[in-house]
Design a protein around this ligand. Structure first.
Ligand SMILES: NC(=O)c1ccc[n+]([C@@H]2O[C@H](COP(=O)([O-])OP(=O)(O)OC[C@H]3O[C@@H](n4cnc5c(N)ncnc54)[C@H](OP(=O)(O)O)[C@@H]3O)[C@@H](O)[C@H]2O)c1
Length: 388
């Protein structure tokens, strides 16, 4: 079910007040007729030195709208290409081209057009890159592909930089391509992008993307749980690695990379310096004034209880877990290319303002994390094990 952002925009002020928030996030501010977020409480970004014509393949889901807001505010011209199904009410004054990338001739609306920059957000199917390249090659100056740190191999052990080994590339099409894993398909997409746009491509590999608009609830689980107070099951050890990136930091940085014509491959995740799950949980707790307190339960006991990293205990990982690479990716290249990060507290406040605007059924049933009753069971079992 897609989130109705209209509802969010209307109710964000109410939710923000209830949480004692400071300024509403730019994301939550009312859109003008131009579809530009009228940055409440923060200065609008300055104009770019040279305006670009940017085509965004997608643009209306999670990361896309943040790219559009920022690109428009920087003075660029934006065209969106999608099926017109997701949040179609967004950006009434932005050019919209329609087509279905799964359909024959689905990209016809792009034929004969030229752009300075193309940003391909949603693609997880290699055939989509083949089709896009067939139409856009020679007509665009710079091609961005949103990949993932999920492309890396040996994820239990490595802290990957951009040159680390990748998973085996999936086939381009056919049943075996459809059956291949997400990371293998993304890796194949990357190879096809570099082949089609040599020297003109930027591949961004985000880790966990969080903040307003995140329907996965993986990061949200923690502020949601801390907001409810009381004894909270905290996983593993304080220093176990965690990484995430606020959707706004990612999206705005991509537009700045386009402006500077920066090409190459970049892991894109934060925070700037490692803080561990303990630092993250206490950082989130600092946003709330309540009786929440953490009981740290070792990984070995959680494994016995079938509590898994990134599933029942989202964001958290530990050495040896298949999710380890997703929380230990090296970001030196991205930092050198200008990736920066807002404070954790801002991500929590704005993400929870958005959460409180969601339909009631979504607020009750998060898509990730441990149900409260199960958390109580595991905590009781842990107390019993420790003999108290
Ligand atoms: N979430 C995470 O933590 C995470 C982590 C790492 C990487 N990533 C990657 O980040 C990207 C996130 O993308 P996003 O969804 O936020 O992008 P987005 O551009 O904001 O939204 C997805 C867009 O794709 C369009 N679309 C979907 N199916 C289509 C089709 N068949 N033909 C044409 N357009 C279609 C949708 O519009 P219509 O439905 O109207 O067509 C929508 O505009 C993905 O590549 C994901 O793999 C995510």
């Amino acid at each position: 079910m897609t989130v109705d952002r209209r509802t969010f925009l209307k109710s964000a002020a109410v939710a923000g007040g209830a949480l004692g928030l400071h300024a509403l996030p730019a994301h939550a501010a009312p859109f003008t007729s131009e579809g530009v977020s009228s940055a409440a409480g923060s200065a609008p970004p300055s104009r770019a030195a040279a305006p670009l014509r940017i085509l965004i393949l997608g643009g209306t889901g999670f990361i896309g709208p943040e790219q559009v807001h920022y690109a428009l505010a920087r003075g660029h011209t934006v065209t969106l290409f999608n099926r017109g199904q997701t949040n179609s009410w967004l950006f009434p004054n932005v050019e919209k081209l329609q087509g279905d990338r799964n359909a024959a001739g689905g990209l016809d609306a792009l034929k004969g057009r030229t752009w300075d920059v193309v940003i391909d957000n949603p693609t997880g199917k290699p055939q989509w890159i083949v089709d896009a390249a067939a139409v856009l090659k020679g007509n665009v100056g710079h091609f961005f592909f949103v990949s993932s740190t999920g492309v890396y191999a040996n994820t239990e052990r490595v802290s990957p930089n951009e040159s680390s080994p990748l998973l085996e590339l999936s086939p381009i099409s056919g049943p075996q391509a459809d059956a291949a894993g997400y990371g293998s398909r993304k890796a194949r997409c990357e190879q096809l992008v570099e082949e089609a746009f040599p020297g003109k491509s930027t591949i961004v590999r985000p880790g966990l993307i969080v903040g307003p608009g995140d329907l996965s609830d993986r990061f949200t689980y923690w502020p949601w749980r801390i907001e409810r107070g009381g004894e909270i099951l905290a996983p593993g050890q304080y220093e176990d690695p965690v990484q995430w990136i606020d959707v706004r930091d990612l999206s705005q940085w991509m537009i700045r990379l386009a402006e500077s014509r920066t090409t190459g491959i970049f892991n894109a995740v934060g925070p700037q310096a490692p803080i561990g799950i303990g630092g993250m949980l206490y950082g989130i707790k600092s946003v709330y004034s309540n009786d929440s307190r953490f009981t740290w339960v070792p990984q070995s006991f959680l494994t016995e209880q079938k509590i898994r990293s990134w599933a029942e205990m989202p964001v958290w990982t530990y050495a040896g877990a298949s999710t380890y690479a997703y929380c230990t990716s090296k970001i030196d290249k991205a930092l050198a290319a200008g990736l920066n990060f807002r404070p954790l507290s801002e991500t929590v406040r704005d993400g929870m303002a958005w959460y409180h605007s969601r339909p009631a059924d979504q607020q009750e049933r998060l898509r990730a994390g441990l149900p409260r009753a199960r958390e109580a069971e595991v905590l009781a079992a842990w107390r019993a094990r420790r003999g108290r």
